[in-house]
Design a binder for this molecule. Structure first.
Ligand code: HQG
Length: 181
C-alpha cells in the first residue's frame, strides 16, 4: 500500500472515529473507543477495504498520531479532534507561558470581537510550536499566528489539557489573553 492510499484510510478513519461513526454503522463508547474487529468488519462491509496490518500501519505511521489502540489492541479511538461528544478523560496540566494558535486572516476580525471559540470541536486547539500553528492556519487560508498568554490564563483558573499527540487544548480564549500580530 502506498502513502496516498494510507492517507486516504487515515482521512476516512478521522471521519468515522471523530465525526460520523454512523457512516459505516458503528457506535463509539463514551470514551470514544470502538472494537478494532468491529471497525475492520464494518469498513469492509462498506466497501472500504481494511485489514489489521494496514490499520496498525496507519496508527503507527500517522504523522500527527491521530489514533491510538487500547493497551491490548482490542479497541481503537481518535486521540483528539472529535465533533461528537466523547470523554477522553484529559487531566488538566500547567501550560507553557505562551502557546500559539494558527488561523486564517479572514477570521481575525471576528476573533478580535469574540476571542477564540471552539466552534465544532471540543476545544480550541493550540500548539507550543510556531511552525505547527502556521501549518494549522494554512489549512484555512492565509495563515496568521496568534499568541495566547496561556500561563496567565492558567493562573486565573482556566484549564489546559494536552492530548496524547501533543496538541494543547482549552475551552476558549478570551480576547484579553490574545496577542494579535
Ligand atoms: C477559527 C487539525 C472566527 C479558528 C489541526 C480556526 C489542529 C474563529 C477555525 C486541529 C473564532 C476552526 C484544529 C472566532 C476560532 N471567529 N473564527 N471567534 N474562533 N476561529 O479546524 O484550530 O488534522 O475546527 O481560528 O492540525 O484550525 O484534524 O480548528 O481557524 O490541530 O488532526 O475557526 O485540526 O488537526 O477550525 O484545527 P478547526 P483548528 P487534524
Amino acid at each position: 500500500m502506498n502513502d496516498q492510499q494510507l492517507k486516504k484510510i487515515s482521512k476516512f478513519l478521522s471521519l468515522v472515529l471523530r465525526h460520523k461513526p454512523e457512516t459505516i454503522g458503528i457506535e463509539l463508547d463514551p470514551q470514544g473507543w470502538v472494537d478494532t474487529e468491529v471497525l475492520i468488519n464494518k469498513c469492509n462491509a462498506n466497501r472500504r477495504r481494511l485489514d489489521l496490518p494496514t490499520l496498525q500501519k496507519v496508527v503507527a505511521d500517522n504523522n500527527k498520531k491521530r489514533f491510538a489502540f487500547s493497551e491490548d489492541g482490542s479497541k481503537i479511538r481518535a486521540n483528539q479532534g472529535h465533533s461528537i461528544k466523547v470523554d477522553l478523560a484529559y487531566e488538566a496540566i500547567e501550560p507553557p507561558t505562551i502557546l500559539y494558535h494558527g488561523t486564517a486572516s479572514r477570521f481575525i476580525e471576528s476573533i478580535a470581537e469574540s476571542g477564540l471559540q471552539k466552534r465544532n470541536r471540543h476545544h480550541v486547539h493550540l500548539s507550543s510550536e510556531l511552525a505547527t500553528a502556521k501549518d494549522v492556519g494554512s489549512r484555512h487560508g492565509k495563515p496568521v499566528i496568534l499568541e495566547v498568554k496561556s500561563k496567565e490564563m492558567h493562573e486565573l483558573g482556566y484549564e489546559f489539557f494536552q492530548s496524547k499527540n501533543g496538541v494543547w487544548l482549552t475551552e476558549e480564549v478570551p480576547i484579553t489573553f490574545i496577542v494579535f500580530p
